[in-house]
Design a protein around this ligand. Structure first.
Ligand code: AMP
Ligand code: MG
Length: 415
């Protein structure tokens, strides 16, 4: 235990390590056409089968020359060369050239091996086939060399890489039409609670709308998983048992929210201990203390807290990294910076806080961060108005305005 561990609460780092150690990739490899592979995790390494570009070519419209012919060229005494042919993109020059001659060349056209340099046409004067040059170009100027982007055999992506819109055109330039990727992880989502109503239903006294299913499904839809929405389940033991059993049959991952605290109607615990091996973790993080994790017969189970901020924070910080591993993705570390807090922040020693906040750059060019206000775990506006977390370390106490704090930028799932 560290100096400030609170007895009985599991530190965040330990929870993350335990989660990663308990899961592995469960998704088989499938083959997809390149255009459909966006957002999937590669199930293969990719090496370049060719040089990109495949041949030396011109970066400009102009004239291909031997640079040695233009060593004496000056504005006062231009050198004139005779144009003997043309190289267009897709229609190369097939002859050869000797000193005193040049070739008309277009952007992307093959650079014949008999020339070494391209002079852009704006720096020349043409009169019929007589082209004059008034300056010595640098050797190999305006030539794009074979393999200067990617070399044949070069390692480009590794297994587990998530395919982004920046990767697809690169892979297309290699001529690779199909990719081996991991199939989508199947994730079943259930909300639990007698007080929950679906959107469109009127609220009776004591009811609230089920918002957790929407936050969970929204984040998951950015994760490229297959979501199975199982709706709201009442606080009723047989109904909960039936719902979790059918979720377990359908999905690789079952996520519930609510029902994992110590309230009398919290039956999820009972059902889970009966059906699988589930641990009920008291985490040293705020928000998000009650969190359940374990294995059902055919799936991995995450029981998120009911409070909406806690549900989203624990999904994002704990369950999603584990699901990324299950879906075959490499995990990228979160982007964190130091920023100056503009407000005082209340913080109890003993838990890692993920306070919701807004970062910006002030007039002096300094990165500053302000809280989005009431940090109650049911106050979702603190989350909705935020653009980052302030991560306050477990051992830290209250923060005064002007102190440096760590901020964590939201990744592409949250933004
Ligand atoms: P529980 O963990 O079931 O005791 O719920 C804790 C708090 O979260 C209670 O105030 C619940 O009403 C609320 N809550 C539970 N599930 C949801 C949900 N799906 N959407 C919004 N709030 C919820
Ligand atoms: Mg409940």
């Amino acid at each position: 235990m560290g100096c400030c561990d609170v007895k009985g609460l599991m530190p965040l780092e330990q929870a993350l390590t335990k989660l990663q150690a308990s899961v592995s990739n469960v998704c088989e490899a499938i083959t997809l056409p390149l255009a459909e592979a966006l957002g999937f995790a590669l199930a293969q390494d990719i090496q370049s089968p060719i040089n990109v570009p495949p041949f030396n070519n011109s970066a400009m419209d102009g004239y291909a020359v031997l640079q040695a012919d233009l060593l004496e060229a000056t504005p006062k005494k231009p050198v004139t060369l005779t144009m003997i042919g043309k190289s267009f993109a897709g229609d190369p020059f097939l002859g050869t050239l000797v000193s005193g001659q040049c070739i008309r060349i277009m952007t992307g056209a093959v650079m014949p091996s008999c020339v070494d340099t391209v002079v852009m046409q704006e720096n020349t004067l043409a009169s019929g086939d007589q082209i004059s040059f008034n300056k010595t170009p640098a050797f190999a100027d305006n030539v794009r060399h074979a393999g200067e982007d990617l070399l044949q055999g070069q390692e480009i992506f590794q297994i587990g890489h998530k395919l982004t819109p920046r990767d697809i055109p690169l892979i297309a330039s290699l001529g690779i039409a199909h990719l081996s990727v991991y199939r989508k992880l199947k994730v079943a989502v259930i909300s639990s609670g007698d007080e929950l109503k679906s959107l469109g239903e009127p609220l009776a006294e004591g009811d609230i709308y089920d918002s957790n299913r929407y936050s969970i499904i929204a984040l998951l839809s950015r994760l490229n998983v297959e979501v199975i929405d199982l709706g709201i389940i009442r606080d009723d033991l047989p109904l909960i048992r039936e719902a979790i059993q059918s979720a377990d049959r359908l999905a690789d991952v079952v996520i519930t929210s609510g029902g994992v605290s110590v309230g009398e109607a919290d039956f999820i615990k009972e059902v889970l201990s009966e059906l699988g091996e589930i641990g009920f973790w008291k985490l040293a993080i705020k928000p998000g203390k009650p969190f359940a994790f374990g294995k059902l017969p055919g799936s991995v189970f995450f029981g998120l807290p009911g409070n909406p901020v806690s549900a989203m924070v624990t999904l994002y910080q704990l369950a999603i990294p584990a699901m990324l591993t299950m879906a075959g993705f490499n995990i990228k570390p979160a982007i964190r910076f130091n920023a100056v807090a503009t407000d005082k922040l209340r913080k109890a020693v003993g838990r890692t806080d993920f306070q919701r906040a807004l970062y910006s750059v002030n007039k002096e060019g300094q990165l500053v961060v302000s809280t989005t206000g009431n940090q109650g775990s049911g106050v979702f506006s603190s989350m909705s108005q935020s653009n980052c977390f302030i991560v306050l370390e477990q051992d830290r106490g209250n923060v005064v305005a002007g102190e440096t704090v760590t901020i964590e930028l939201y990744n592409a799932l949250m933004d």
